[in-house]
Design a protein around this ligand. Sequence first.
Ligand code: CP
Ligand code: NVA
Length: 304
Amino acid sequence: MEPRHFLTLRDLTPVELRQLLGRATELREQRHEGLIHEPLRGRVLGMIFEKSSTRTRVSFEAGMAQLGGHAIFLSPRDTQLGRGEPLEDTARVVSRMVDVVMIRTFGHDLLERFAAHSRVPVINGLTDQFHPCQLLADMQTFHEHRGDIAGKRVVWLGDGNNMCHSYINAAELFDFRLRISCPSEYAPEARWLESSNVELMEDPGEAVAGADLVVTDVWASMGQEEEQQRRKTDFAPYRVTRSLMDRANDDALFMHCLPAHRGEEVDAEVIDGPQSVVWDEAENRLHAQKALLEFLVLQDTNSK
Ligand code: CP
Ligand code: NVA
């Protein structure tokens, strides 16, 4: 049987996603109680990073160790990938040796090509188009703080980037209303905006009215470093400030996938303030991905 991949949130059904996040919360509680749970003993995760990372690397590597398995960090600098070995050949070889692969890369097509030639499940650790693992953590965090997100209003401020695209997928799968507020030239492509759960609203002050969750991200993503200065000017009205948060609902939460730039996309008093749940959000990368690894690896074993 073909392995089950996690390239976007859409690779899981709404029911599977909710079960997975319930499991993530259980794993979080188990870890906080100090319980040992090692269902992936003897299993290996291969992690290919073509871009930098703190959270994704540490959460996958620590998560795999906590589940009783092992993780291998691979960078193009030290592997034959960086010297031109075809991605397809790398996928064929690596997937004969490990039980699951995580990749962080540039074009989403690279991830799809790798997955098409892999014998084992492949997980998207971020591409230029999507960041689904972060959404698992964000949805888990909202649920733990405020309950079910279905029917709630989420406002995305800033760039229509990989995180924004994953929020669009999440809006449909978790059934919340998503308002995206960004300068028109940075809006997500029209093909992502077909869902009736999603609307664009250029004015950030109007957009945040009635928000249950306000989310932002860096204005220049990895690979866009040379656009940084121009983007700082273009996005200036979209900074998440105290006065903008005051227009959201009183119990609105603030999230950011991190790393953050205080004084650019968010003010320090917001990200370090009482409505911010960014540290729980970051921690939940660990628990959500452990639930994902358990789900994909054990399901893959049972199907072989
Ligand atoms: N949020 C996130 O993916 O962080 P890293 O780039 O540090 O992995
Ligand atoms: N949009 C950001 C997310 C980093 C986790 C980037 O791609 O750089």
